[in-house]
Design a protein around this ligand. Structure first.
Ligand SMILES: [Zn+2]
Ligand SMILES: [Zn+2]
Length: 342
């Protein structure tokens, strides 16, 4: 089968013929239909410091996908050949304290699909049945392909109660934009999102942000004034991993404000801890999705009319992966889809 492979420990990706994945009695073999390109995949293509320590070659990339079940192992129940499925990209150990307690998203031995084991940028992918999410209601295939990052957005946005609250989101990448849509849908009063890319801010406006602010030209305090906020934001969703964004956020929170932080900083940085203490701010790190509470929430949010279509800005056949990755690497794009059927 064809697959996008990190074949060599150097920048680049290679479209290659590889054997179909092997499956055991508890596994599901999935014919991949569409995949989403993630920042993680861009790091692995460019072979930066993170990728060099996280990935061994050769490795099939990709963790955001939708596909059709092609075969199920003898122990698999409730998943049928022909089902439309996506996959939870974090494979957990099942044995650590958190796994045993049912808090699988807190597993300390998580292996990433397309990072620590062969992934979904291929004509077929195999997963344990416990990592397969069956779409039991009609879902747009492009949206189904990005359930993994949509789950990051939902997990982060719904970490703290939002109803009637004023929400600040720093970083209008695809996950920040989806989080803005989720926050509005879930009943936030104002959702302010910041970035330095005008085209991404425009996507965030389409997705429902109350105010999309270019922080290269305007301070977040200006947004507060414009919206009539007097005491700062109640909930912060940090999506950029940028030191200046986290500092801006801390500066603009209300006393007792709560920050969910998904953006992954590239290195250590300083923040005003005295302000976090005296403003009594809660900061919570978010990684991945809750299995499977987040997946349930995603499905019902879509059923209830949440519209994510503005976040998808490009679609390519898998043979045009170089152009697709180049577009995904710009600061302009939303989510880019690779289609494995054309
Ligand atoms: Zn991803
Ligand atoms: Zn575990």
């Amino acid at each position: 089968m064809k697959a996008l492979v990190k074949q060599h420990a150097e920048p680049g990706l290679w479209l290659q013929d590889v054997p179909e994945p092997e499956t055991g009695p508890g596994d599901v073999l999935i014919k991949v239909l569409r995949t989403g390109i993630c920042g993680t995949d861009l790091h692995i293509r460019s072979w930066d410091a993170w990728a060099r320590q996280a990935v061994t070659t050769p490795r099939v990339l990709g963790h955001e996908f939708v596909g059709e079940v092609a075969a199920v192992g003898s122990d698999v129940q409730d998943i049928e050949v022909g089902d439309t499925v996506s996959g939870e990209g974090h494979l957990v150990c099942g044995k650590c304290r958190n796994c045993l307690a049912g808090r699988r998203h807190l597993c300390r031995s998580t292996v990433g699909l397309g990072v620590g084991r062969d992934g979904a940028f291929a004509e077929y992918v195999a997963l344990p049945a416990s990592n397969v999410w069956v779409h039991r209601t009609q879902v747009d295939l492009d949206i189904a392909a990005i359930f993994d990052p949509f789950g990051n957005a939902v997990h982060t946005a719904l970490t703290f109660p939002l109803v009637g609250e004023d929400v600040l989101i720093t970083g209008a990448g695809p996950i920040g934009i989806m989080a803005a849509a989720v926050a509005r849908h879930a009943g936030a009063r104002n959702v302010v999102i910041t970035d330095v890319s005008e085209s991404r801010l425009e996507l965030a406006r389409k997705a429902g942000a109350t105010l999309a602010l270019n922080v290269s030209a305007h301070g977040i305090d200006e947004a507060q004034r414009q919206l009539g906020l007097k005491e700062g934001f109640d909930v912060g969703l940090e999506m950029s991993g940028r030191p200046e964004a986290m500092r801006d956020m801390v500066d603009n929170m209300t006393h007792g404000g709560r920050i969910a932080m998904l953006g992954l900083p590239a290195q250590e940085f300083a923040v005003d801890w005295a302000k976090i203490v005296t403003s009594m701010i809660t900061v919570k790190g978010i990684y991945g999705r809750e299995m499977y509470e987040t997946w349930y929430a995603m499905t019902v949010l879509l059923e209830a009319g949440l519209d994510l279509t503005p976040v998808i800005t490009g679609s390519y056949g898998f043979r045009d992966f170089e152009a697709a990755f180049d577009e995904a690497a710009t600061a302009r794009s939303g989510k880019i889809i690779l289609d494995w059927t054309r």
